[in-house]
Design a protein around this ligand. Structure first.
Ligand code: NDP
Length: 450
């Protein structure tokens, strides 16, 4: 069996790989298990040095990695370069974090009580196709820093950058068996990792539906799980906001990565009194998004990942939208930037579109904005645009969501925790919080009597 890897901008085959099944997944787990004692015992300083070397190799090979990611996912090359730069930063961060996650001493009678953070063992990392390299690094960085060995399963559609990263890890001196990449179907290889008795934890990013299955499957072996799932985030624009700034930024908060972003602010909530003006400005800004060849330095948005996904995205747009942009009519899975007017009960506002479709929804006042924003099963990210500082913080605290930005749409940073509330999942990635999910607390009491 083989995996055919396609460039979504041209529909051309760019690679053909052997497809792994259960046997190969088991072999990868066995390799990771064999490598674990050695990797756990690598001194913190040396582990940090190896991760830093990997970060440096990612930088040195940045252009090649960015081209792989751009070709395989259809990402505009400029954006792909930015993502690879983040991957290097993630490894630099966790290289520095290895010896900074300290235990505690706790006052108790009769001795000294201390805590240690122990690695879990073999961890299975399952990642989606929208940010293959970035999301892999968010899991690999803390997993390796804590002393775990890993089996990484990229999405079948986008395995190429993970394979290249594993090659660079070996070149960096990270021992054989510490990182194992398995290219195969989620419901076979992914499922096997979830059920495998020698896998201690699954770090999963993907859809809420598959995440639910991962959680169920993990229950059998009481596996630890971190779930980074879907989102339906609100971009709340109050009438007192700088409307030019809010409208100018809004397209990139939805259409970046062709809307295939769990953080996409795909519900744009606008206060009634500013609605018409904001809509005009938003249409103008959306008109400025250049959709086309991902290899062109000036392209803002590329194609969707697959033909099937394009059909799903198209199914959300009924009738004539408020605005529809341009997209190439050549080969490739193109879909234009699309703005629709909606209520929060419409399907386009309830379900994750995962494509370049944004829904404009009016609201009357602060209470209604909060109510609408929270009226979703998801809780990943969101934005608040206002010039009233007290309101900004009030609303930020009231939103049931893991990551919020004020007068900004950016919510992902290497040093800060990222993750969801509600059905967007649980556990945090990035920053020092990311280490919690890849280590176990051990408590040791040492008697000082006798
Ligand atoms: P899927 O949930 O379909 O797939 C995610 C990963 O899980 C893929 O590697 C897939 O493998 C694998 N998988 C599929 N079925 C199983 C299974 N039964 N057991 C174990 N693993 C399985 O998501 P998509 O790839 O379609 O990604 C899009 C989704 O990811 C969106 O809903 C989006 O919101 C979410 N996402 C969330 C993020 C977050 O941080 N919260 C970030 C990015 C995306 P394969 O595809 O090879 O079959």
């Amino acid at each position: 069996m083989t995996v055919t890897v396609v460039n979504p901008a041209t529909e051309e085959t760019i690679a053909t790989l052997d497809e792994a099944g259960v046997e190969e997944a088991d072999a990868a787990v066995a390799r990771a298990k064999a490598a674990f004692p050695g990797w756990r015992d690598v001194t913190p300083r040396e582990r940090g040095r190896l991760l830093r070397r990997l970060a440096t190799l990612v930088e040195e090979n940045g252009e090649g990695l960015a081209r792989i990611e751009s070709q395989n996912v259809g990402k505009p090359i400029a954006g792909a370069r930015g993502e690879v730069a983040m991957v290097a930063d993630v490894f630099h961060f966790y290289a520095g974090a290895v010896d900074k996650k300290h235990g505690e001493t706790i006052p108790v009678a009769g001795g000294v009580d201390m805590t240690f953070r122990e690695p879990l063992g073999v961890v299975g990392l399952i990642v989606p196709w929208n940010f293959p390299l970035n999301i892999s690094s968010w899991k690999l960085g803390p997993a390796l820093a804590c002393g775990n060995t890993v089996v990484l399963k990229p999405a079948e559609l986008t395995p190429l950058s993970a394979l290249e990263l594993a090659r660079l890890a070996l070149e960096a001196g990270i021992p054989e068996g510490v990182i194992n990449v398995v290219v195969g179907k989620g419901r076979i290889v992914g499922q096997r990792l979830v059920e495998h008795p020698d896998v201690a934890k699954i770090g999963f990013t993907g859809s809420t539906e598959v995440g639910r299955g991962v959680m169920k499957g993990a229950a059998e072996t009481i596996k630890r799980v971190t779930l980074e799932l879907g989102g339906k985030s609100a971009n709340i624009v109050f009438a007192d906001a700088d409307l030019d700034q809010a409208a100018g930024a809004a397209p990139y908060a939805v259409f970046d990565n062709a809307g295939q972003d769990c953080c996409a602010r795909s519900r744009i909530l606008v206060e009634h009194s500013a609605y018409d003006r904001f809509a005009e400005l938003l249409i103008e800004a959306t008109r400025g998004v250049t959709v086309g060849d991902p290899t062109d330095e000036h392209t803002d948005m590329g194609p969707l990942i697959s033909r099937q996904h394009r059909e799903t995205v198209a199914s959300f747009v009924e009738g004539e939208p408020l605005f529809r942009g341009d997209a190439p009519d050549s080969k490739g899975f193109w879909y234009p930037c699309t703005l629709v007017e909606a209520t929060n009960d419409d399907r386009v506002a309830r379900e994750e579109v995962f494509g370049p479709v944004a829904a404009l929804i009016p609201f009357a006042d602060e209470d209604e904005a909060i109510r609408i924003a929270n009226d979703t099963p998801y809780g990943l990210s969101g934005s608040i645009w206002t010039s009233n500082g007290a309101r900004a913080l009030r609303v930020a605290r009231a939103l049931d969501t893991g990551v919020v930005s004020i007068n900004s749409n950016s919510s992902v940073r290497v040093a800060t925790p990222f993750g969801g509330f509600k059905q967007s999942g649980f556990g945090r990635e990035l920053g020092m919080h990311g280490l919690d999910g890849y280590s176990e607390v051990k408590n040791v009491f040492y008697s000082t009597e006798g």
